[in-house]
Design a protein around this ligand. Structure first.
Ligand code: IDP
Ligand code: MG
Length: 134
């Protein structure tokens, strides 16, 4: 076990639907600390870097348009095993696979608009924190 920092982003659907408070409460209920946060508008360039593993997928244009459709809340979240712990709180990528009780399982009804991003490894957490917080 180790204290980790992970990059969490509440996506435009979460902001638009007024669910930020409820999602942040789940993160805080788990005992994680929000050590930095800012509202941002993402650019196409930033998204192509962030989603480099997906730019060739047929759904990428739709994903990029969605991620630019409104502000996001970028956060650094800290806690014991926070990288995997946040992935577990978030739930599976595909909304139909996301278990009840997870953020996506309880609030998402499409795969693109699935409320929240979280880093998937220590390497991506480091790179994403640098990408969005410098
Ligand atoms: P993750 O967000 O659970 O880490 P990734 O595979 O990294 O999942 O995909 C990034 C984001 O791209 C997802 O959160 C979702 O918004 C979108 N996405 C992934 N796969 C699909 C798909 O098959 N159809 C539509 N959107 C997708
Ligand atoms: Mg991912």
């Amino acid at each position: 076990m180790a204290v980790e920092r992970t990059y969490i982003m509440l996506k435009p659907d979460c902001v638009r639907r007024g669910l930020m408070g409820r999602v942040i409460s789940r993160i805080e209920d788990k005992g994680y600390k929000i050590v930095d946060a800012k509202m941002m508008h993402l650019t196409s360039d930033k998204l192509r870097e962030h989603y480099a593993h997906l730019v060739d997928k047929p759904f990428y244009p739709n994903l990029e348009a969605f991620m630019m459709s409104g502000p996001v809340l970028a956060m650094i979240v800290e806690g014991e095993n926070a990288i995997l712990g946040m992935r577990n709180l978030m739930g599976a990528t595909k909304f139909e696979d996301a278990a009840a009780g997870t953020i996506r399982g309880d609030f998402a009804n499409t795969t693109t608009e699935n409320l929240i991003h979280g880093s998937d490894s220590p390497e991506t957490a480091g790179a994403e924190i640098k990408r969005f917080f410098g």
